[in-house]
Design a protein around this ligand. Structure first.
Ligand SMILES: Nc1ncnc2c1ncn2[C@@H]1O[C@H](COP(=O)(O)OP(=O)(O)OP(=O)(O)O)[C@@H](O)[C@H]1O
Length: 127
């Protein structure tokens, strides 16, 4: 017997829906895969350059900030493509706005990364 939406919903823990969201984003969005790859490289860089505790906290905050912005952008795009598949200037503006959120978060994360890693690079090459 097929379960209704409500019964089906009760069978899964909330956390598993969230993991499923990550899987969907990973499968369909190249940008998410790029962000995770950059995050991994930055984490490796953090270990190589033995960054401080405060620098780790900042990096982790930035990684979470960018990936969260990208997930919200993906969710909004997916919702609009489903609910409003036709061309409309308002739909375009909303997509541009959420894309801007990703851009702003990425620029901020890039600047923080530069502030943390550039002095370490200089130190490394001048030793
Ligand atoms: N239905 C629409 N009506 C008007 N403009 C649209 C519409 N769909 C997309 N656009 C315009 O095209 C741009 C790209 O939209 P699209 O849905 O292809 O995003 P995307 O390139 O997949 O974004 P991302 O790279 O973040 O996944 C939007 O930012 C918007 O300016």
């Amino acid at each position: 017997m097929r379960l209704g939406f409500r019964e089906n919903k009760k069978k899964r823990v909330g956390f598993s829906y969230a993991i499923n969201g990550l899987k969907i984003a990973f499968k369909n969005e190249i940008n998410i895969r790029i962000h995770f790859t950059i995050a991994l490289l930055v984490i490796i860089g953090g270990f190589i350059f033995s960054i401080s505790l405060l620098e780790w906290v900042l990096l982790i905050l930035m990684i979470g900030f960018v990936i969260t912005a990208e997930l919200i952008n993906t969710a909004v795009e997916t919702m609009l493509d489903h609910l409003a598949p036709n061309w409309h200037p308002v739909v375009g503006s909303i997509k541009d706005l959420t894309a801007s959120a990703v851009l702003v978060s990425s620029i901020v994360a890039f600047i923080v990364g530069i502030i943390i890693f550039i002095p370490k690079f200089i130190e490394w090459f001048t030793l």
